[in-house]
Every structure is written in C-alpha cells, then in structure tokens.
Write a protein that binds this ligand. Structure first.
Ligand code: SF4
Length: 211
C-alpha cells in the first residue's frame, strides 16, 4: 500500500534520489512508464502542457478563476459548460458573465434540471430537507449529458455536492475542472476544516464525535 502522505523523504522531488521508502510507488517503473505514455497521447499532451504552463504563468499571483480563464484561452476553447448547484446560482451567473466577456460561449446547466422528485430515485423521505414538500433531486448525470449534447469543449464545475460531482465527472465527455468545491458552512473553502483539524476542529473530527 502506498502512503505518500506520510512520507518524510519526498525523494521523488530529487533528480537522482539515493533512497526511497520501502513502499514507494516509484518502485513500479513499468506502471509509471505506462502512465507517462498516456501524456503522450494527442488528447492529453497539449492539455497537460498548457495546464503546467498556467501553473508557472500565474504562480502565487492568479486566483483559480483567473487561472481557469487563461487556461481556456491557451487551449483555444470556444464553447464552455458550467454545471452548477442551485445554491450557487448567483455565483454561476457571475462566472458565466465573466467568461462571456472574455469571448467564450457559455452553456450552463443547473443541478435541479429535470425537476424529478427525490422519491423517484428512492431517497427516503427523512433524508429530504423538507420531507413533506416537493424536492427535486440533483441531477448531475443529466447536467453532463446536456453539456455533452451541447458539445462543450471543457466543463467548469461550480459547487456540486460531494458525490454528485463524482457522477458529473463520470458522465461528462469533456474534461472537467472544479472552480468551486461546495462547502456550505465554510464559504466553499473545504480546506478551512483541514487547517482547523489540529485546532478548533480537532475533537469534532474524531471518530464518533458530534459535529
Ligand atoms: S513517491 Fe516515494 S519518495 Fe515520493 S512521497 Fe511517495 S513514497 Fe515518498
């Protein structure tokens, strides 16, 4: 099992490492070479190089929104998709308007599209936010398929729920970037809980603790 997150050596960041941990993934050169060959494929090569160039171009200066804009320009995209959560409708509009000002066509699809009640897929009533009212299910597969149908070249995800985002990634034909990772209590900054995990949130994040 690989445990890079516990590695103190980080020999992979050295040009010719003398020592690597026993369970280092680098002890699988064949697998690593197979992975490298994937970057050489035409559908990956330019995408990968441009995204690496963007890292350098705005390093520690550009917020992610600007990085995303510049990446889309570098890739010469024309038609973008925005898959967004209803709770971030305002943000989705701001984002779409900014991209349009920069010359992109933007197709956007909200998570509640289809208006299908949660009961239809089998969500128990007690897991609805308002159990006795009509509550449409989030529909990330439809969001992806609608953007596929619109032939978007690249999709930008804005605040889809944990797990719904995964289904969007699975069904989107275009590659996806996440501009906003939803966190309803931390102003969409999930890293905030990580930064507090050894402080204010320490006890709250223990197994069995009440939040
Ligand atoms: S790849 Fe190897 S050296 Fe790099 S962090 Fe993982 S275990 Fe450590």
């Amino acid at each position: 099992m690989y445990t890079c997150s516990s590695c103190a050596l980080h020999s992979c960041t050295e040009e010719n490492p003398e020592k690597v941990p026993k369970n280092c993934p680098m002890k699988h050169p064949q697998l690593l070479e197979e992975a490298f060959q994937e970057y050489e494929k035409p559908e990956n090569r330019e995408f990968y190089i441009k995204s690496t160039e963007i890292e350098q171009m705005g390093y520690c200066r550009w917020p992610r929104l600007k990085e995303t804009l510049e990446f889309c320009k570098q890739m010469n995209y024309h038609r973008l998709g925005v898959a967004f959560c209803m709770g971030l409708s305002k943000e989705a509009k701001i984002i779409a308007d900014i991209f349009r000002k920069h010359g992109f066509e933007v197709v956007s699809v909200i998570c509640k599209t289809g208006g299908i009640p949660k009961e239809r897929i089998g969500v128990p009533k007690e897991y609805k936010l308002k159990p006795d009212e009509f509550e449409p299910m989030c529909n990330p597969i439809a969001q992806a398929k609608l953007l596929n149908e619109q032939k978007t070249e690249f999709n930008i995800l804005v605040g889809l729920c944990v797990g719904h985002d995964s289904m969007f990634y699975k069904y989107s034909q275009a590659l996806v970037t996440t501009l906003i990772a939803k966190d309803r209590v931390l102003a969409h900054n999930p890293a905030g809980a990580v930064y507090c995990a050894e402080g204010y949130y320490e006890t709250k994040l223990q197994p069995g603790a009440e939040f």
